[in-house]
Design a protein around this ligand. Structure first.
Ligand SMILES: [Fe+2]
Length: 291
C-alpha cells in the first residue's frame, strides 16, 4: 500500500495533517532530544506507568453488569516515544489486571509504527471475557486509519466505527457504541447519531471527550475517552489545571458528570512529547457500579 496516497477513514486526505504532525514532532520531540544528546528519550522511557483503579457509580448502568471491571487503555502512541517493546510492557500490566472487558479509546500509533501488529495482537490475546473494543483516534488517522483499523481487527479486537456491539451474559445484554475520530462537539453528535440512531447504548467509546454533551442528551450512562493526555503537564495536586485547557478540553482527566451521564477521561499510556509533569502515564481499571 502506498501510505503517502492513503486516504483516512473520514475520506479526508491525510497528507497536510501528517506534514504538520511531523513538524510538531520535530519541534517538540526529536529536535530537543538531539539537542540534549538523547537525554529526553532516556528520561521519558524510564518513567513509570500508573495502574489506576477507580470505582465509578453510574446511574442507569444495567444491574446485570454491576461490578464489571473495564480495562481502559488509550493513547499508547506506538512510535519513537513508545517503542513496541515498551508498549508490550504496558499491555502486560493490563493483562495482569485481568479486566472483564478491554476498551481502547484510540491513538494506538503515532507517525512511525514498527511492531504495532505485535502490540495489537498482545492486547487481543488478553481474551477479556466480555470482549475487547477499539475506536480510532486522531493520530491513528494521520497516516492511514484504515490500515490501523485493519491491523487491530485482524488481531482479534472489535473496531467500532460509528456502530454498536452487543455483549451478552446469559439473557442480559450490554450495548456498546463506538465512534470514529470527531474533532468538535458537532462532529461527535453526528457520529453518535450515525452509530445509535434513535436507540441508546449503555457505554460509548469516543477518543474525544467532547462527546459527553450529546451522550448526555442521548441518555448514555457512561462514556470513556482519552485524547487529552491530561495535558501531560499539570499543576501539582491539581490534575485538571493542565495544558489540555489550551485546546479547549475542560474535561481533560478523570471523572465528569453531565446530568445522569458519566465520562471518564484517561490521561493515556503514551505521550505526544517526551515530558510528563504531575500527570503520570496510566492504564485505568474501572469498576462500574450501578447506581
Ligand atoms: Fe493521543
Amino acid at each position: 500500500m502506498d501510505r503517502k496516497r492513503a486516504v483516512n477513514s473520514t475520506g479526508e486526505r491525510a497528507s497536510a495533517k501528517l506534514r504538520k504532525a511531523r513538524i510538531r514532532h520535530f519541534l517538540l520531540t526529536t529536535g530537543p532530544n538531539r539537542l540534549t544528546r538523547g537525554w529526553f528519550y532516556r528520561r521519558h522511557h524510564a518513567e513509570d506507568l500508573l495502574v489506576r483503579e477507580e470505582d465509578i457509580f453510574v446511574p442507569g448502568w444495567p444491574k446485570a453488569f454491576d461490578g464489571i471491571r473495564i480495562g481502559h487503555i488509550s493513547d499508547i502512541h506506538v512510535g519513537d516515544l513508545m517503542l513496541a517493546d515498551r508498549a508490550l510492557g504496558v499491555v502486560e500490566q493490563l493483562r495482569i489486571a485481568a479486566p472483564d472487558m478491554i476498551c481502547n479509546t484510540g491513538d494506538l500509533v503515532d507517525l512511525h509504527w514498527p511492531g504495532v501488529e505485535t502490540v495489537a495482537e498482545a492486547i487481543a490475546d488478553i481474551k477479556a471475557p466480555l470482549g475487547n473494543f477499539f475506536v480510532l483516534g486522531n493520530h491513528d488517522l494521520l497516516d492511514s486509519g484504515d490500515e490501523v483499523a485493519r491491523i487491530v481487527s485482524e488481531a482479534g479486537t472489535t473496531v467500532l466505527q460509528d456502530e454498536v456491539a452487543l455483549v451478552r451474559r446469559g439473557e442480559d445484554e450490554l450495548r456498546i457504541g463506538g465512534i470514529g475520530w470527531a474533532r468538535t462537539p458537532a462532529q461527535c453528535k453526528q457520529r453518535i447519531d450515525r452509530a445509535i440512531g434513535d436507540e441508546t447504548v449503555d457505554l460509548l467509546l469516543s477518543h474525544n471527550p467532547k462527546a459527553l454533551d450529546h451522550a448526555a442528551i442521548k441518555g448514555i450512562p457512561l462514556t470513556l475517552s482519552g485524547h487529552t493526555h491530561g495535558g501531560q503537564i499539570a499543576r501539582r495536586n491539581r490534575p485538571n489545571a493542565n495544558l489540555a485547557v489550551i485546546h479547549g478540553h475542560i474535561r481533560n482527566a478523570g471523572l465528569y458528570e453531565h446530568g445522569d451521564s458519566r465520562l471518564f477521561v484517561t490521561v493515556g499510556a503514551g505521550s505526544l512529547f517526551p515530558l510528563r509533569l504531575n500527570v503520570p502515564a496510566e492504564i485505568a481499571i474501572l469498576t462500574i457500579r450501578s447506581q
